[in-house]
Design a protein around this ligand. Structure first.
Ligand SMILES: NC(=O)c1ccc[n+]([C@@H]2O[C@H](COP(=O)([O-])OP(=O)(O)OC[C@H]3O[C@@H](n4cnc5c(N)ncnc54)[C@H](OP(=O)(O)O)[C@@H]3O)[C@@H](O)[C@H]2O)c1
Length: 346
């Protein structure tokens, strides 16, 4: 067995945020002790201490029972984050104590520790700050794939999106800027988010209201987007569809309002607009491993060279998960809410 780096303390009573039934997070989440999570790793296994994990809308969908893929109950909550290898069982040669790995997604990430098969752990770069790398596996690859998988975009092309101040939206803006694309960005509060989004590279920031279509078309000066990215639904999706040019594609990857998308008939008939869907989860499970790795590497490269920076609203101890969830649901938040664990340095 390899020993852990001196500065990590393995919890005697490792805790996790767990639910035994789906429902409202405030009612079903419990902070429980799972002694097995910090047991001595057997041959081929590694003990990982959580460093930083993320609170996502999809976590709440899983806890609430509405997400596209649910876990057997009881389940530890959370999908994304990173940890550090603290101890190794016999025979593990692919990892060493102190290595950073992705927290295993299917087992649930909101936990202090986990023992997993070393071969199942995905090593991730240690030279990127924990707060950024913890968020590298869902939203930035989604933004990257949205910009690469649907339309063969060329420098100068316009992309339009709603919820542009979301984490995905900010990744889209920054990646689009690097690719030489132009973005038209709808938000609920342009006065609050406009300056920040422009600093990230947004070309236009417009209020997502009943005047949005007219405003955005006027400001694009006759150009028409080839790609529209929808994570809201309802009227906002109709605005995006109407803004598209001929043969444009509307890709829906989220439904923050829960409202159904209605097809604006004219655009479907006269402009041959296509309505598509995207789910990173499904894509990642069907993509060849080398392609998945290449997408992650592209994201790491953007994080390293500073062309991508994701906003952090606040970092909470795992035990403070209830306050973190309240913050994650607060209107006007700017950036992701994170939870830190025993391997976090501060
Ligand atoms: N399909 C996939 O593979 C995939 C992958 C990643 C993310 N997603 C989805 O993408 C969406 C964004 O995720 P994220 O992590 O980037 O979110 P986030 O950072 O938490 O931001 C949420 C965004 O949604 C907006 N919003 C929330 N409630 C709204 C409402 N009722 N009406 C209009 N806007 C509303 C917020 O606007 P305010 O700031 O104005 O409140 C904010 O812009 C989520 O639906 C998520 O599940 C999907």
């Amino acid at each position: 067995m390899s020993t852990m780096p001196a500065h990590y303390t393995i919890p005697d009573t490792p805790r996790a945020v767990r639910y035994h039934a789906t429902g409202k997070p405030g009612e079903v989440l419990k902070y429980e002790t799972l002694p097995d999570d910090a047991r001595e790793p057997a041959a081929g296994e590694a003990l990982v201490l959580m460093e930083m994990v993320v609170v996502h809308p999809s976590d709440l969908g899983m806890i609430g029972g509405t997400y596209g893929r649910l876990r057997p109950l009881p389940a530890v909550a959370g999908r994304e984050g990173v940890g550090r290898v603290a101890r190794l069982g016999a025979g593990v040669t692919t990892l060493k104590p102190g290595d950073r790995v992705r927290m295993p997604e299917d087992s649930g990430a909101w936990r202090e520790a986990i023992v997993a098969r070393a071969d199942d752990l995905m090593p991730v770069p240690a030279d990127i700050p924990a707060e950024q790398i913890a968020m590298a596996f869902i939203n930035p690859p989604t933004a990257w794939l949205l910009l690469h998988e649907f339309v063969n975009l060329q420098p100068g092309d316009w992309v339009i999106q709603n919820a542009s101040n979301s984490a995905v939206g900010e990744c889209v803006i920054q990646m689009a800027r690097t690719l030489g694309l132009r973005t038209a960005n709808l938000v609920r509060s342009p006065e609050k988010h406009g300056a920040n989004l422009r600093a990230l590279g947004a070309d236009l920031v417009v209020a997502d209201d009943d005047k949005a279509l007219k405003t955005v078309l006027a400001q694009m000066g006759g150009a028409a987007p080839r790609l529209a990215l929808n994570s809201i639904g309802g009227m906002s999706a109709i605005t995006l569809t109407r803004a598209l040019g001929k043969n444009g594609q509307l890709v829906t990857f989220g439904g923050m309002t829960g409202d159904a998308i209605r097809f604006p008939t004219r655009e479907f008939i006269f402009k041959n607009v296509a309505l598509r869907g995207f789910w990173m989860d499904r894509w990642a499970r069907s993509a060849p491993p080398e392609i998945l790795r290449a997408v992650f590497e592209a994201v790491y490269a953007c994080l390293r060279d500073g062309t991508l920076k994701m906003a952090v609203d606040s970092v909470h101890p795992l035990a403070g998960y209830a306050g973190a969830l309240a913050r994650a649901g607060a209107y006007g938040r700017n950036g992701k809410v994170l939870l830190r664990g025993p391997a976090a340095t501060a």
